[in-house]
Design a protein around this ligand. Structure first.
Ligand code: AMP
Ligand code: MG
Length: 268
């Protein structure tokens, strides 16, 4: 799955990435789903260990166009984890208080503490995506943010946080189908926002903004993965695999009890 990782200083052209790719399992959904079930169980026990050990901090950043599958990833990949050690943080249009501060202010306060996995559903990257595409701040301000973000993530990494970033890459056609499905199903209407159509009309601008993000902010200490996301099972599989590989490398251990438990007798 490492082939989906963007090497630092690579000039990314999203046209080179196929959102339909499912090459690891030759497109075989059945095999893919079996593998996914195994990975799910592994994530569950590794997260339990991470929580028990109470030393590591893991930050997962999810970015995508509307309908890209961020909510699905949160539901499927983290199915079964202990909610006590996992926190989901959605980033919406900033409030007045948030806007009165620098754009990383609301982000820094939400990063994981020891033993915690935090998932950002959208993130500080919106400040070089939607903000750029809609000219919410002038170019001479958002341009500087790539450096701020690299430095910010470097700080997190230097202080012991593992950062993984996933761009869920869907095609414009796939988005059309998913938006249509939301329109057709009354139980999905709540997910539909007329505003999403305005964003869709700016698709090419967003792709350009994403290409810059991926080219400038995939670092050794905080890599981006471009996840083929037209096939939901494959998307979940790629993210689960990357996550399990990373967690296994941490070589975590359940803490020893400070008392000698071999002599303990429970009476009564
Ligand atoms: P959703 O994730 O669909 O609930 O929508 C959240 C909305 O908040 C999206 O349209 C984002 O583009 C928007 N948003 C998130 N962060 C920012 C930001 N920093 N500035 C402006 N809009 C933002
Ligand atoms: Mg939305």
């Amino acid at each position: 799955m490492d082939k989906y990782r963007i090497r630092p200083h690579t000039k990314v052209n999203l046209k080179d990435f196929d959102p339909n790719d499912a090459s690891e399992f030759n497109g075989n959904k059945e095999d893919g789903k079996k593998r996914l079930a195994k990975l799910n169980a592994e994530i569950e026990s590794l997260q339990e260990l991470l929580y028990a050990e109470g030393k590591r901090k893991v930050l997962i950043v999810l970015q995508a166009m509307d309908t890209g599958g961020k909510d699905g990833v949160i539901r499927n990949v983290f199915d079964g984890v202990n909610p006590q050690g996992v926190r989901i943080v959605p980033f919406k249009v900033p409030s007045a208080v948030e806007l009165a501060h620098d754009y990383l202010w609301r982000v820094h306060s939400q990063v994981p503490g020891k033993g915690e996995i935090v998932i950002f559903n959208r993130s500080h990257y919106e400040d070089v995506l939607v903000v750029r595409v809609h000219n919410l701040v002038p170019q001479d301000r958002w341009e500087k943010r790539f450096d701020h973000i690299n430095d910010f993530e470097r700080l997190l990494s230097d202080e012991g946080t593992i950062v993984l970033k996933f761009f869920l890459h869907i095609s414009k056609d796939e988005q059309k189908e998913r938006l249509q499905a939301r329109l057709d199903d009354p139980e999905k209407h709540w997910k539909f926002s007329v505003g999403d159509l305005k964003e869709r009309a700016l698709w090419d601008n967003y792709m350009q903004a994403y290409e810059d993000v991926l080219s400038k902010t995939s670092t050794e200490w905080s890599p981006w993965y471009v996840v083929p996301a037209n096939k939901k099972w494959y998307r979940d599989l790629v993210i689960s695999s990357v996550l399990v590989n990373m967690l296994k490398k941490l070589d975590m251990k359940y803490p020893e009890n400070k008392d000698d438990l071999s002599k303990v007798v429970i009476d009564g």
